[in-house]
Design a binder for this molecule. Structure first.
Ligand code: SAH
Length: 506
């Protein structure tokens, strides 16, 4: 039997990108992931789809499974020969009870490894723009549990020494005991005016920061209704947030944006919006399918590429389908050496670059009309042109080219279909009031969303709409919807700029 092992992996504080490379490797190798409340669920995508997930959620006062049971479960699973990842929020050994789990594994001679994680004690502070040490301000920091029972006779926490000996105090699990904690520090001589900050859900899109003082922290926290999980940071370093705040002052921080795109393309827009601070919910409105003719036309065109003076690509999907079909026939981009290549926009040109092709013609404005204008000087009567594109698309380009006397050959490279499996999720987001904006990057995304909500435009009325360009905006209007944002440059970057401007005026 395969020998089991347990990896005690620190999941980091919340931002899924704050996982270590070793943690990622362990997750990829796991048969079973045992996760808790603070370990971000996005990380599960890094495990194999066949891996089992066991939630042993630990939320203050609401334990799904007792600690001893969790430790025994790990022994049991590894004993069956499984590779187990025990995923814990932050660092597994900083108030994570990782030591107890490791001790039972050691006692039962189960192999284990500990993979440290970034603890919330420093990460929540860093994302609030508060360094735990800083030259001339703080030369030491301590991480303290605020969870200790105040009724306990002999406290293990030396509040008297901590009040004087350490410059920055970071208290975890302290929200419900703030009056006691701050009271003890003040009782032992720490000034009530010492700057303090509470950081809730640090490093996540829902991060909230409350800046206060030691004396006022308990009242301010109650008044703001701040709940766990949060860290309390006490010390003069808190003042540095005035100049070092960087995360929660980004232009789209706090905004939830619904991104509707084809499954393969959603991440580029989401990444760009996330970089501006937005929290993105991706709804693939379109799924990319094989064309109805099973590539008959495209394969025919691919078999005599030397025939075409120009090959025009009008989408990233067109490029990827064209080249994968070419590869299937055992050939590659060298077959394009007889033709000149056009790309409708920068994203399509980028996709061509990845295939080793520099487009000969890319219009500055991403639109069929502009593409036609830029191509005009190159087209003569009789020029043979191939356009590998979506099965259903606008005819502006082929008709314009034919009017110039060119012979245009359209080959379907893919077909777009409504992503029906996402319908329920889309409806629930739209009706929950959780989305601040919905983005459309093509007319077909609008049409498909309309199909998904069965034409009930009313549920879209309360969510502002952002469109990548005027054609998409017109499609919205046809459905009785008025876009709040229309990009002036019809690219992802242009759409992000327009959304940012809109947000500034909110
Ligand atoms: N092992 C974890 C700590 C577990 S104790 C670590 O290293 O971060 C749980 C406490 O951690 C919470 O009550 C809260 O005080 C703190 N915490 C965890 N994640 C947090 C986050 N994203 N933001 C603020 N506090 C967090």
């Amino acid at each position: 039997m395969k020998k089991g092992i347990v990896y005690l992996v620190g999941a980091g504080p919340g931002d899924p990108e704050l996982l270590t490379l070793k943690g990622r490797r362990c997750l990829a190798s796991a048969d079973i992931v045992v996760g808790d409340y603070l370990a971000d669920r996005h990380l599960l995508a890094l495990a194999s789809p066949d891996a089992e997930y066991i939630y042993v959620g630990k939320k203050a006062g609401n334990h799904a499974m007792k600690q001893e049971e969790i430790s025994r479960l790990l022994v049991h699973l590894a004993g069956e020969g499984k590779t187990v990842v025990r995923l814990k929020g932050g660092d597994p050994l900083v108030f994570g009870r990782g030591a107890e789990e490791a001790a039972l594994l050691a006692e039962n001679s189960i192999p284990f490894e500990i993979v440290p994680g970034i603890t919330s004690a420093i990460a929540a502070a860093a994302y609030a723009g508060i360094p735990v040490t800083s030259r001339g301000v703080s030369a030491s920091f301590a991480v303290i549990t605020g969870h200790e029972d105040p009724a306990k006779k002999n406290s293990a926490i030396h509040w008297d020494a901590l009040a004087h000996a350490v410059d920055t105090l970071v208290i975890l699990m302290g929200v419900s005991r703030l009056p006691y904690i701050t009271g003890e520090l003040i009782r032992y001589g720490k000034s009530p005016d010492t700057p303090a900050a509470l950081v809730r859900w640090g490093t996540k899109p829902e991060q909230k920061v409350l800046v206060t003082t030691l004396g006022k922290a308990a009242d301010d926290c109650a008044e703001a209704g701040m709940k766990p999980p949060a860290v309390l940071i006490v010390g003069p370093v808190v003042n540095l947030r005035n100049t070092l705040q960087w995360f929660d002052n980004r232009p789209l921080f706090g905004k939830t944006i619904l991104v509707t795109r084809a499954r393969t393309q959603a991440s580029r827009l989401s990444s760009a919006l996330s970089a501006l601070g937005a929290s993105c919910l991706e709804i693939p409105a379109i799924s990319i399918q094989d064309p109805c003719d099973h590539f008959q036309e495209l394969d025919r065109a691919l078999s005599h590429l030397e025939h075409y003076g120009w090959i025009l690509f009008t989408s990233v999907n067109g490029v990827s389908r064209f080249f994968s079909r070419l590869a299937l026939s055992g050939r590659d981009s060298r077959c394009l050496c007889h033709s000149r290549i056009g790309a409708i926009g920068s994203a399509t040109a980028e996709a061509l670059k990845k295939q080793g092709i520099s487009a000969d013609c890319v219009p500055s404005v991403f639109r069929a009309e502009s593409f036609l204008e830029s191509l005009k000087p190159h087209i003569q009567a009789g020029t043979e042109i191939l356009i590998p594109r979506a099965e259903k698309a606008r005819d502006v380009l082929p008709e314009g080219l034919r009017a110039l006397g060119a012979h245009v050959h359209i080959a379907a490279a893919y077909r777009t279909e409504t992503a029906a499996d996402e319908t329920a999720r889309l409806r629930s987001i739209l009706t929950s009031g959780n989305a601040d904006l919905i983005t459309f990057t093509s007319s077909s995304t609008v049409e498909n969303v309309m199909k998904m909500i069965s034409g009930h435009t009313d549920i879209l009325q309360s969510v502002p709409i952002a469109c990548i360009g005027p054609i998409t905006a017109d499609t919205c209007r046809r459905f009785g919807l008025t876009p709040a944002v229309t990009a002036e440059t019809y690219t992802i970057a242009g759409l992000c700029d327009a959304i940012q401007k809109w947000s500034e005026n909110q």
